[in-house]
Design a protein around this ligand. Sequence first.
Ligand code: ZN
Length: 158
Amino acid sequence: MAIRRIREMGDEILEKVCKEVPKMTLRTSVLIDDMLDTMYDAMGVGLAAPQVGILKRIVVIDVGAGPLVLINPEILETSGEQTGEEGCLSVPGKYGIVTRPEHVKFRALNEQMEEYEMEAEGLLARAVCHELDHLDGHLYVDKTEDGLHDVENGDDEA
Ligand code: ZN
């Protein structure tokens, strides 16, 4: 268990496409534990592997309902729309207004490499979309309606 350094916008690793995880290894298991530690330490609600410099399709999320691990995640369905503030641990001190689906159904593998499906709404749906974008090298800053704004606190960064 360790805190890893969070890569910030401008680091080219955040613009790369991540590779699928073929099987669980000790190294990957340690990475997931470290990602959770790093996310909680930074008071974020989500973290994707490229944010700690690893190009694997792994995301951790906790919007207050306990930790979720998403390996090789895939969005199956989206519906509705929500427009609100969004931040990112890789873009510290900033937020932007981003429109996302209100509901998302996704499929992923858990830490035991067991497949599961989950329906998410609200903040969780937003976090899933935001984190999956990271796996394809996309940051929310390209989706804001009116650019970036400064924040005083670091809550809800992902
Ligand atoms: Zn982010």
